[in-house]
Design a binder for this molecule. Structure first.
Ligand SMILES: Nc1nc2c(ncn2[C@@H]2O[C@H](COP(=O)(O)OP(=O)(O)OP(=O)(O)O)[C@@H](O)[C@H]2O)c(=O)[nH]1
Ligand SMILES: [Mg+2]
Length: 317
């Protein structure tokens, strides 16, 4: 390993904030030093509790993450925060809104906050998030909170990397609870109904309950539903208690280990897929060659499977 990666890895392990910031940039953008750095850090990752927090725009996710962080800091836990911001074309900096909401932790060495833009990552957003989580975990964070807006497939995938998934809803969503059902609702381990200072809280709770009554929970108790007013710190302790309860139960019955193993399997398969395609492109599948093959597909003289087999043969596979 280069002395630079070595030094950086050591800095991360010590929890040095500047090393951490640099290391995250390296792995997020897939810079040349990334493989060595990840190899050095991977053995030390895997010990943090990763909690995904998702929900519709403006539901209070950042406020809740901020309050959960304060709660965890009072217990002496070290916290990493990753906010995936779909609106930001930039990465690396903190998003303005989140920075304002989370500035209470800015001077706290026990908290590291990072925002990620949704575009322009090597191997896609979910893969980049996975690499960032490896670095944060290796730096000794006890808990990593990952905020995503529950919209796209990428976000659903990111939530799939969490040990515990928290879905934040608010009153007045109406049919959106139904709409969300398709993706995000199914992965919720804990439901938060935030903005409980507003009218219609009990209706949302009832909607979630009726939705849950239709779902199968594979022998698990149904997810807890917690009402909060994040801005007033109301219900935040209960949210963490629900997360802890889920963690304890899933650690006890093997679900957590299964999830983590499935996650590692997915990471390996996706990385292999990505690497194989890259190798194919380098070795036997130049952009011109791709277009030649597409010409043949268009003319229906070859089918996609046969064309792919041909490329693999040329790679010696
Ligand atoms: N009334 C009320 N307002 C709240 C509550 N929690 C958050 N808010 C407000 O709702 C707005 C959005 O809060 P955020 O925490 O930024 O929500 P978010 O889900 O992170 O938003 P995005 O990241 O933009 O999707 C802010 O103005 C908060 O002050 C609450 O419990 N009650
Ligand atoms: Mg936010």
């Amino acid at each position: 390993m280069s002395p630079l990666s070595n030094e950086l890895a050591e800095g991360v392990r010590r929890g040095d904030v500047r090393a951490l910031a640099r290391a995250i940039s390296v792995v997020e953008n897939g810079r040349p030093a990334a493989p060595a750095l990840l190899a050095a850090l991977f053995p030390y990752a895997g010990k943090s509790l990763v909690v995904g927090v998702t929900g519709p725009p403006g539901s209070g996710k950042s406020t809740l993450v901020d309050r959960l962080t304060a709660h965890l800091r009072r217990q002496g836990q070290k916290v990493g925060i990753v906010a995936v911001d779909p609106t930001s074309p930039f990465s690396g900096g903190a998003i303005l809104g989140d920075r304002i909401r989370m500035q209470g932790h800015a001077a706290d060495e026990g908290v590291f906050i990072r925002s990620m833009a949704t575009r322009g990552h090597l191997g896609g957003l979910a893969a980049a998030t996975g690499r960032v989580l490896t670095v944060l975990a290796a730096s000794g964070k006890d808990v990593i909170l990952v905020e995503t807006v529950g919209v796209g497939q990428d976000e659903v995938e990111i939530m799939g990397t969490a040990d515990v998934s928290v879905v934040v809803l608010v009153p007045g969503l109406g049919d959106e609870v139904q709409a969300l059902k398709a993706g995000i609702m199914e992965i919720a381990d804990v439901f938060v109904v935030n903005k409980a200072d507003r009218e219609g809280v009990d209706r949302v709770v009832a909607e979630i309950e009726s939705m849950l009554s239709l779902a199968s929970h594979e022998g698990q108790p149904p997810p807890q539903i917690v009402k909060t007013v994040a801005t007033d710190d109301r219900g935040v302790d209960e949210v963490w208690a629900a997360v802890e309860a889920f963690r304890a139960r899933s650690a006890g019955n093997g679900l957590l280990a299964d999830r983590r193993r499935a996650q590692l399997r997915r990471q390996l398969e996706e990385t292999l897929q990505d690497r194989l395609l890259t190798r194919a492109r380098e070795a036997a599948f130049t952009p011109e060659e791709l277009e030649n093959q597409v010409d043949r597909l268009e003319a229906r003289t070859v089918d996609p499977l046969a064309a792919a087999e041909e490329v693999m043969k040329r790679m010696g596979l």
